[in-house]
Design a protein. Structure first.
Lengths: 110, 885
């Protein structure tokens, strides 16, 4: 049961990360801030799950990372969407919208 | 694709671990710094800001651990770590580790050894071309499905001509001949085969050639092919043997080839000859006889023909032959059956091997249960370590894997040792298997056997590790809460241990019943009244060379001289000569028996064993005379012909009438030669101890001088001591005459018992091993329960509980487990009883005495195993126990 819940969260988090990176390359902390800000503090990324998610996405080849200099002149690891990642984002966005629409229909009808 | 990429990433990760770790560290530090700045911006104090940042990140170590495991290389790396850790732990716990490894080595080694036999004998393909297409044909009586009536020369010719399913049918029989032309005359077992025999099998000579059709023409130059074993044994593997001329049956024979080492069936022949070279098979009477059924037939199925199709084809041919020659078959006719060669070769070994395999698997199961029990005990004392590791961020799955790695490593160490044990046993096992099958050359510890060993070791490791690991990881949560007092773990694990002990008791029950039944069976077999007295009798095989003893008169002269000299040997109480002696292992000759004044159709003539024997034979063999008399020296050539009947045969032929004085004839004598029955002897189990005696006709040697037989010497001293004198005596009478096998009747009887005895010894050894392991397991459960409850016992004793109540409390779970184990074991044993029925002699597979004995043995041993450690409970010092509260 625990596993199911985790999977759902993980999938959602992956989508949010990919979407955030579609705007511009960003470091981990920046990604977390951005998600929080854009969702107006509704979605707060559990930070402990952010980095595992990033590594997983990197391993799947959807994002790559390189070291750069952050806005406050620190060395930081910046993540960037790959071509495969862009395609994955489109796929995941579509399936997410289908899912939301379906749930919406059910809620309206039943 | 992604699997490949993940593996590459995992491997890269493994080698760049240091760099990746540093990067992870730096990245997380950057995150913390940013988070802290953010908190500061919001006006929190620096120390508090840092704390909150860490908190938000969810604790630094777990985050790192989660991030690491997101990378594939973790899995490989943890395996390496687990292995290193496990080895370190085992080094520290040498006693525990060696106990577990030794137990597993015994369990796994037994499996390796038995499986190597199963693989070599039953699973391996026969070393012939396309061996699955090879079959053996049997011609069976519809009323007697056991006996193979074999085929006549004409039968075989017709089968060859009329069948549509065989690429080839080959003929085979085996005879003993004397081989001359070397320093010593030699008795050789000779396969007599049609020219296509080796082509049908698909066996090519390793030296020279096998037979060609021209070799099998009547009057062709006789040729010989050597078997590999005989070539090695008797000729030292000399390649120059091909082309040599050897004297046999009064003819020069040319050696044309040597066979590769292939298993032989049904006999292990020394050499082979074409049918035309065999003086008996090439006799015009044999060639023209449809009823002279004495030959085996091997066949190779045509490509694309199934066994069932061949069976149907044979049935059709058989029907046609029955219709054409009704007088040559018994009423009801014969059925022809095709049996795959592999099945035929291994039929006798299969039940025993499968029983042994099942036994060793059960033994391994008990060992696993015991190892699981040991692990549980040790894990309970390791509960604190587990708790601490869990608190430091080790995931539950990770701990589980660590524990399983440990038990699999133990099992693999056990397997390595087990393979050594099996290798040491291999020679004995081959000798054992040779009692059932000629296919022992293929028994080896080959890749298959090693793979099997590793596989069962891994399964055993997982089996013995899973329960304890799951139970331990479930107990982790409670481990720290209990304050690390070193108290063994939760009550659940005691129940688990008790049920494991219950499983052991149940399986032990099965094995003990199996061993008990075979023990009772062999005791019955040993005590069976075989009808003869084997003590102090030496049998010296003297098979006359037919080429030198062509006429009955020549044989008579030899027999008379032999007996006269033998009776004057010092120490010999009785001497006789007989074509057969009990349990000599040779197939006995049979003949149809006609009664005077009773007309019976040819096909309905009763069949009986036929023996040729001199005077005093029944005294020499210790066979009891029931009526009339035995043979006397007066039953000579020219005197009225006499016969003696076995008890069972007398009943079969004459019912309740007294056969003495009645006359019988042997069906093959035409016109009939009447023999007067002069006596009836008691039943003799001379073919096999577990076979009911069918009774035989005995005729007087001097009136029918047989070619083959043995001199039987009942001695007043150690019979073996007569060997040299007997040999010298034969040599003195005829220097060209070889002496065959010399053995005492005791030896022959022991050989007949060797196979069941060895099976019994193996089963008993395995059952004893199971029992010991079970006792250790049970004792462990009780001891563990006592330690776990020391406090409780102390309190109860302080409150005035008696010893009995304390004991009952401690013994409770174990006794329930023993009881349950006994009932389950008994139920399963009764269920399996029919399976072992045919391996038993004179004992029912549900023999109540065996079951009762096993129940009381197990109950007694279990009670002792429980009581000894349980007594420690009553010795608990209440004040001491309470102080540790």
């Amino acid at each position: 049961m625990a596993a199911e819940k985790e999977d759902l969260l993980q999938g959602t988090l992956d989508l949010l990360i990919l979407r955030t990176l579609a705007l511009e390359p960003q470091h981990g902390w920046g990604i977390a801030r951005r998600i929080q800000q854009i969702s107006r503090d509704v979605l707060s990324v559990t930070q402990g799950s952010l980095y595992p998610a990033l590594y997983r996405l990197e391993e799947q080849g959807w994002i790559t990372a390189e070291w750069g200099i952050s806005e406050n002149k620190r060395r930081a690891k910046f993540y960037r969407l790959t071509r495969a990642g862009e395609r994955q984002l489109v796929r995941e966005t579509e399936s997410w919208e289908r899912f939301v629409a379906a749930v919406g229909r059910v809620l309206r009808t039943v | 694709m992604s699997a490949v990429r993940r593996t590459i990433a995992a491997l890269r990760g493994l080698f760049q671990r240091r760099r990746l770790e540093a990067e992870l560290d730096e990245e997380l530090r950057f995150h913390l710094a940013m988070e802290t700045e953010e908190q500061l911006r919001q006006g929190v104090s620096p120390g508090e800001a840092k704390r909150r940042a860490v908190l938000e990140l969810g604790g630094l170590e777990p985050t790192k651990e989660a991030a690491r495991s997101a990378r594939g290389y973790r899995r490989l790396e943890t395996l390496g770590q687990d292995v290193r850790f496990a080895l370190r732990l085992l080094r520290r716990n040498k006693g525990y580790a060696s106990a577990v490894v030794a137990a597993l080595a015994l369990g796994i080694g037994a499996n390796t050894a038995i499986f190597s036999m199963v693989r070599g004998v039953m699973l391996r393909e026969l070393p012939y071309r396309q061996p699955s297409r090879l079959v053996v044909l049997h011609q069976r009586d519809s009323r007697d499905a056991e006996t193979d009536n074999n085929f006549s020369v004409l039968d075989i010719e017709d089968l060859r001509r009329r069948n549509r399913s065989f690429a080839g049918l080959a003929e085979y029989h085996s005879m003993w001949f004397n081989l001359l032309g070397r320093a010593e005359p030699e008795r050789v077992q000779t396969g007599v085969v049609s020219a296509n025999f080796f082509d049908v099998l698909g066996t090519k000579a390793i030296l020279g050639r096998t037979f060609k059709p021209e070799d099998d023409k009547l009057g062709a130059q006789p040729v010989l092919v050597f078997s590999h074993a005989y070539w090695q044994r008797s000729w030292g593997g000399d390649p120059a043997v091909v082309g040599k001329t050897l004297q046999m049956n009064d003819h020069p024979h040319i050696v044309i080839g040597v066979l590769p080492p292939v298993p032989q069936y049904p006999e292990e022949n020394d050499l082979w000859m074409p049918t035309s070279a065999c003086p008996f098979r090439s006799d015009p009477r044999a060639l023209a006889s449809r009823r002279g059924r004495a030959y085996n037939v091997f066949g190779r199925l045509r490509p694309g023909t199934t066994l069932a199709q061949a069976q149907g084809d044979l049935a059709a041919v058989n029907r046609a032959l029955l219709a054409e020659y009704p007088g040559d078959y018994p009423a009801g006719g014969y059925q022809i059956e095709a049996v795959p060669l592999l099945t035929e070769l291994t039929a006798r070994a299969r039940p025993t091997l499968l029983l042994l395999l099942a036994t060793v698997l059960l033994v391994l199961l008990i060992v696993c249960a015991n190892v699981a029990n040991l692990q549980l005990a040790r894990l309970n004392s390791r509960g604190d370590e587990m708790g601490v590791r869990a608190a430091l961020g080790a995931a539950r799955g990770r701990l589980l894997r660590q524990l399983l790695t440990e038990s699999v490593i133990l099992a693999l160490l056990g397997a390595a040792l087990g393979i050594g044990i099996a290798a040491a046993l291999l020679r004995a096992l081959v000798a054992f298997a040779a009692r059932f099958t000629t296919r022992t050359g293929d028994i080896a510890l080959d890749g298959w056997v090693l793979a099997f060993t590793v596989a069962i070791a891994v399964v055993a490791g997982l089996l013995s590790g899973t329960l304890p690991a799951v139970s331990a990881s479930r107990g982790i949560a409670t481990a720290l809460r209990s304050g690390g007092s070193g108290r063994p773990g939760p009550a659940g694990s005691l129940r688990l241990r008790a049920s494991l002990a219950g499983v052991q008791v149940a399986v032990s029950f099965l094995l003990l019943v199996g061993a008990g039944l075979t023990l009772r069976s062999i005791a019955k077999l040993q005590a069976v009244d075989a009808g003869f007295d084997p003590a102090n009798v030496l049998a010296v095989a003297v098979d006359l060379d037919w080429a030198h003893y062509k006429t009955p008169e020549l044989r008579r002269v030899f027999h008379r001289a032999l007996l006269a000299r033998a009776r004057s040997l010092p120490g010999v109480a009785t001497a006789a000569y007989s074509s057969n002696y009990p349990l000599d292992g040779t197939g006995f000759r049979t003949a149809g028996v006609r009664l005077e004044g009773r007309e019976v159709a040819d096909s309905e003539v009763p069949q009986a064993g036929l023996r040729f024997a001199s005077s005093e034979v029944f005294t020499a063999l210790g066979i009891r005379l029931e009526r009339g008399r035995g043979f006397a020296d007066t039953d000579r050539d020219g005197a009225p012909r006499v016969a003696v009947l076995g008890h069972a045969l007398a009943g079969r032929l004459f019912g309740a009438e007294d056969p003495v004085g009645r006359r019988i004839a042997l069906a093959f004598d035409d016109p009939p030669i009447w023999h007067t029955v002069v006596g009836v002897i008691a039943n003799v189990r001379d073919l096999a101890l577990d076979q009911d005696p069918g009774g035989a006709v005995w005729v007087a040697l001097d009136q029918r001088p047989a070619l083959a037989g043995s001199l039987l010497l009942r001695s007043r001293r150690e019979p073996q001591a007569l060997t040299a004198e007997a040999r010298a005596m034969v040599h003195d009478i005829d220097p060209r005459q070889p002496v065959g096998r010399v053995q005492t009747l005791e030896t022959a009887r022991a050989a007949a018992l060797a196979a069941p005895r060895l099976t019994t010894i193996l089963l008993s050894a395995f059952a004893a091993l199971a029992l010991v392991v079970t006792v250790i397991g049970l004792g462990g459960v009780i001891a563990f329960g006592v330690v776990r409850r020391t406090r409780e016992i102390g309190i109860r004793m302080a409150l005035g509980a008696g010893r009995g109540a304390i004991l009952a409390g401690v013994l409770g779970e174990a006794l329930v487990a023993v009881g349950a184990g006994l009932s389950v074991g008994a139920a399963v044993a009764l269920l399996l009883a029919p399976v072992v029925a045919r391996l038993l002699f004179g004992v029912s597979p549900t023999d109540p005495i065996t079951y009762l004995a096993v129940v009381s043995l197990l109950a007694t041993v279990a009670a002792l195993a429980c009581l000894l450690p349980a007594r420690r409970a009553t010795e608990v010092e209440p004040s001491l126990a309470l102080r540790t509260l």
